[in-house]
Design a protein around this ligand. Structure first.
Ligand SMILES: [Zn+2]
Length: 93
């Protein structure tokens, strides 16, 4: 698992918009719209509070629950941070 990367989602979304406007290919436009919706659907982390949070994955059947925010994730293998709240996880699987 690579390190978590902080990126400017707004810049990525704007880049998709510019590429959509510049394209005349419906397939490419559809793919870019899908990418843009995926970017927009990503959780926004509060960096200051995330840096202070520590949590752990609590196994529940085939899923794992974040002890900090309670979100359930199916695959957390190697996740050092909760993708939802950004808590640093102890006991990474
Ligand atoms: Zn969490």
């Amino acid at each position: 698992m690579s390190k978590i990367r902080l990126v400017d989602a707004n810049a990525m979304s704007e880049r998709c918009e510019r590429l959509i406007e510049a394209s005349s290919d419906d397939y490419i436009i559809g793919v870019l719209q899908m990418v843009e919706s995926f970017i927009d659907a990503q959780p926004t982390l509060d960096i200051k509070s995330a840096a202070e949070k520590e949590g752990e994955w609590i196994k529940e059947a085939t899923l794992c629950r974040c002890s900090e925010c309670g979100d359930l994730w199916g695959i957390v293998h190697g996740f050092k941070y909760c993708p939802t709240c950004g808590a640093k996880m102890k006991g990474v699987f």
